[in-house]
Design a protein around this ligand. Sequence first.
Ligand code: XLS
Ligand code: NI
Ligand code: NI
Length: 438
Amino acid sequence: MSQAHFPSIGRIPFEGAKSRNPFAFKHYNADELVEGRPMREHLRFSVVYWHTMCGLGSDMFGGPTAVRAWDEGKTGLDLAKARVPVFFEFTEKLGAPYYAFHDRDVAPHGQTLRESNQWLDTIVALLKEQQQRTGIKLLWGTAQLFAHPRYMHGAGTSPNADVFAFGAAQVKKALEVTHELGGEGYTFWGGREGYSTLWNTDMKRELDHLARFLHMAVDYKKEIGFKGQFYIEPKPKEPTKHQYDSDSAACLNFLREYDLLPHFKLNIETNHATLAGHTMQHELEVAGGANALGSIDANTGDPLLGWDTDQFPTDLYLTTQCMLSILKHGGLSTGGVNFDAKLRRESIDAEDLFHAHIGGMDAFARGLKIAAAIRADGRLAEFVKTRYASWDSGLGARIESGQENLRSLEARMLDQGEAAANLSGRQEYLENLINEFI
Ligand code: XLS
Ligand code: NI
Ligand code: NI
C-alpha cells in the first residue's frame, strides 16, 4: 500500500462499537454478513473525485480555505497528474471498492477539444494503472457539462446547436474512457439543463433536444459495446432556477415520454430530494416502484440552508430509511453508495477527509444493520400488509383484478348505505417501533 501522502494513517480497520479510535470503523465491517450478504456488497461505497481532490472549501462568498501539500506549486496537467496517486492512496486506505469522476475534474480543460481529449487520455492511463494496482473499480463516469462558460445556457438543451454538438462530443469521449476503465455505469446530471427565465425559453424544444442527446448516447453506448448502466440524477434547481430532471417522478415521465426508460435508472441524491421538497425515502420509493432505483449519491443538506450543501451523511434515520428502501427494492446491483459530499469550509486538514468518509460509511453500515433488524422483526411490514387487508380478498381483490365497475360499486354502496369503518394509521406507534431499533 502506498504511504506517500497520508503517512500517519494506515488502512482503516474495523474495531467495533466500543472503539475510541477515530481512524477505525465502529460499524462498517466489510465481510460481515447482513441478510446473507457481506456489507461490502450491500453498500458498494464509492469516493468521488471532484469533492475529494478538487473541493478545497470555496463557496459563493469566498475562495478555497484548504491547502493540500500534494497540490502545492502545481497547475494544469501537472496538478491533475499529482492528484491521481493521492486519490487512490486515500480510497485504498478507506477500503472503499469504487470511485466516480467527471472528465474535467480528473483532467483540466484544454484550449481545444482535441487538447482536452489528449489530457484526459494522459490521466486515464494513470487512473487505469492505479485501478490495477489497488483493485478499486469505477462506479460511474460522467462528463462535466456545466462549469465551462460555453454551457451557460445548457448543453443538451442549449439554444446554440454548436454547444449541443460540443457537449455531445464530450459525452462521446467520456463514454469511451468510462468503458476503457471498466466503469459499471455512466451518469447524466443536467446541471444547466433547465432555465433561468421562461421569457427566453422554448421548453418543449429544449426537452426534445435533451431526449435526442440521450438517444445519441444510448446509440453510441451500443456501438462501442459499453455494458454499464446509464443513470439520470434528478435535481430540481441550482445552478439553474429550474432543472428539467427535477425529481424522480419528473425524470421517469421524461424517460417514458421519449422512449428512454429501458435504457436508464435513477441515481438519487439526498440533498437534491430535499431541494425538490421531498424526502430521500420518497424519491427512492418513486424510483423503486418503477424498477428504476439504480444508485445513490449519499449526502445530506442542512435544514437551515436552502442549497446543495453536500454534507456527509451522519443521520441514522436517513441511512436507515435509505437502506430499508434499497433492501425492499432488491439492493444495489450496478449502483453504489457514492459519497457526493464535501468537507465543510472550516475543515481544512487532509485528515478531515478520513473523518468524513469513515463517518459516512459507519452511518450507512448502521443504517443497513438497523434496516435488516426491522425487516427480521417483521412488525413494520406486517402492519403495512394488514393495513391493506381489505384488498386481499372479496371486494378489494375483485377491484384489483378489474371485475368491478362504477355501476357495481354504486349498487353495493346503495345496499350497504356506508363504507366499513376505517382503522387507525398508528403513526406514533410505528415511530416508536422504529426507535426501538435506532
Ligand atoms: C451536483 C451533482 C453532481 C453529480 C455529477 O449537484 O450532484 O455532483 O452527481 O455530475
Ligand atoms: Ni450528485
Ligand atoms: Ni448534488
